[in-house]
Design a protein around this ligand. Sequence first.
Ligand code: PHE
Length: 360
Amino acid sequence: MSDLDQLRTKYLSGVADAADEAALEELRLAGLGKKGEISLMMRELGKMSPEEKQTFGKALNELKTEIDTALREKKQALADAALEARLQDEWLDVTLPGRPRRQGTIHPVSQVMDEVTAIFADMGFSVAEGPQVEDDWHNFDALNIAPEHPARQEHDTFFMHRAEGDDRPPHVLRTHTSPVQIRAMQEQGAPIRVIAPGRVYRMDMDQTHAPMFHQIEGLAIGKDISMANLKWVLEEFCKAFFEVDNVELRFRASHFPFTEPSAEVDIRCSWEGKQLKIGEGNSWMEILGSGMVHPKVLEAAGVDSTQYQGFAFGIGIDRLAMLKYGIPDLRAFFDSDLRWLKHYGFAPQDVPTVLGGLSR
Ligand code: PHE
């Protein structure tokens, strides 16, 4: 084999075996670079006779071109392969269905709390808060609930455990939002206009009672606030909340230790099939307890009962939510299966509720 044939074999097989551009460049320099094997041979041509020059020179030039072409082709082939690999790798199926995001819904109770809060805010009520673990005094004594009152019995109230020998007065899971009346008056004095939405606890469990439920307390104290103001405020509230103009309320004489006089309030409604209509029909639905705040309660909270008077009310929020959205069983509120929420038309929302941080 001539020298040139050996060179040809060496370079062409080198090119064929080259795995990447760097290997190709190495070959190119070794053969065709300034000091490459073939370039050096080109320089030797000058020393040859014209005949030698002609035959050898031509063959050498052809070899140079051949190697150069092989190098370029291989370079292109490597680039094509790299692109192909990348296309395979980064392949994206734009027809695939999207990954669904988990959707939450606002709980009806939270939604109703927000609605109620907004309605009372329009009437000048601000939001007050109190602890869910409440002391005996705020939950009972300050509200004129006597020590022997049945609500204080073990079977109605959740009492917090006290260690042996700890004789501080007991704490309870608050049985209503009324203790927030006391706290708000202690903090802000009179006149005052507040509502207090929150959780309350009693030992109860059936279709319309749960051991934890929600109330909104209302309190308005001033120099001349009367039962008539209570009636107007509650009517305005019901019109706005149930979105009807012809609301009819019935004030039924009742008894609460912390109000005098006291009234339970019913709303006129009808049941057509399972559909509840507010403001018409021959049924009455109890929605809240209310009354004029007892002077003893004002005094306990540090408000002068010879100067000030006013009303208070307590609305069951869970009950309101059931009425407005036609939910038949209170226990559904605490079901972990949220499909029923969609059933009652609660659409997914990503807006946090105003009162989302209420729980303590
Ligand atoms: N606290 C009472 C209850 O839980 C409701 C109420 C509040 C009644 C304020 C009168 C005034 O049943």
